[in-house]
Design a protein around this ligand. Structure first.
Ligand code: 13P
Ligand code: ZN
Ligand code: NA
Length: 277
């Protein structure tokens, strides 16, 4: 299996993208993997600190790895949005394929410094390092048009840090939207022209198929989806719990797992290109 660094470069050269979705428990993981397996598509399984704290680091990693093997899926385990280097170091030591250091809310010099350190830590294992430049509103934050990624700064940032993949701010935000956002495709094209690393789209939930295709055609190689995955699972569970008073977990969860599977299958189909990944 190629490393995630190699795979993302292949995606870049083919103007194609990998889906990266967060998982939270055995059930969301299974829904994601069943979709990837049925469609024969690769996938990035990612988790934030909250999910790692919830599951336990070795458990979360082992679940992801065993799941990929069990379902026969080509995939990688990625740390999503680490705000500090301790977690980055722990995940690299534990054997993650990829880590994100997110110092995007610090000033440029600090973002560069934190990212350089993450890149240095990752040298030990060859893990892929993603960083973020610009402001992609996190859950509960207001979007800020002034926070869009500056293309010239992006080129300098990549050069100064040696980062492998760059998350950019082109109009998306984490969570659902009141109305589908208009993405700044010209800005994305300029970033693409001035940098060569694979680019990452955060805030993928609520972004429609036309926009996804437009950004992938312009250099996005990794599309992150989290909120929709969580939402599909929780809605499914609520529906099942209201419909029956049974306590058999193995009967209550599967319909919600199927909802996650259908959602992820739809996202994967959006990213499938002729000739497949
Ligand atoms: P959404 O929650 O909007 O899908 O964003 C996901 C994400 O960017 C994870 O890093
Ligand atoms: Zn994100
Ligand atoms: Na979103």
């Amino acid at each position: 299996m190629p490393s995630l660094k190699e795979k993302l470069l292949e995606m870049r050269d083919r103007r194609s993208a990998l889906l990266a979705t967060n998982f939270y428990n055995a059930e969301t993981l299974r829904g994601v993997l069943e979709a990837a397996s049925d469609l024969g598509q690769p996938i990035i399984l990612q988790m934030t600190r909250s999910s790692i704290d919830y599951l336990g680091l070795p458990v979360a990693l082992a679940m992801g790895r065993a799941g990929l093997r069990h379902h026969g899926v080509e995939g990688w385990i990625h740390l999503d949005h680490a705000l500090g280097l301790d977690l980055v170091a722990d995940c690299i030591d534990a054997g993650f394929d990829s880590v994100m250091i997110d110092a995007s809310e610090q000033d440029l010099d600090r973002n560069i410094e934190a990212t350089r350190r993450a890149v240095a830590l990752a040298r030990a294992t060859g893990a892929n390092v993603e960083a973020e430049l610009g402001f992609v509103a996190k859950l509960g934050q207001e979007a800020d048009p002034a926070g869009l990624t500056d293309p010239v700064q992006a080129a300098r940032f990549v050069e100064a840090t040696g980062v492998d993949a760059l998350a950019v701010s082109i109009g998306t935000a984490h969570g659902f939207y009141k109305a589908e956002p208009r993405l700044d495709l010209e800005r994305l094209e300029a970033i693409r022209r001035l940098t060569s690393v694979p680019l990452v789209l955060h805030g993928g939930s609520g972004v429609g198929e036309a926009s996804i295709r437009a950004v992938v055609a312009r250099g996005i190689c990794k599309v992150n989806v989290a909120t929709e995955t969580k939402d599909a699972f929780v809605r499914g569970i609520k529906r099942e719990l209201l419909a029956s008073s049974g306590i058999d977990i193995r009967a209550i969860f599967p319909p919600a797992i199927r909802d996650v599977k259908e959602l992820i299958a739809q996202k994967l189909r959006m990213l499938m290109t002729e000739g497949g990944h």
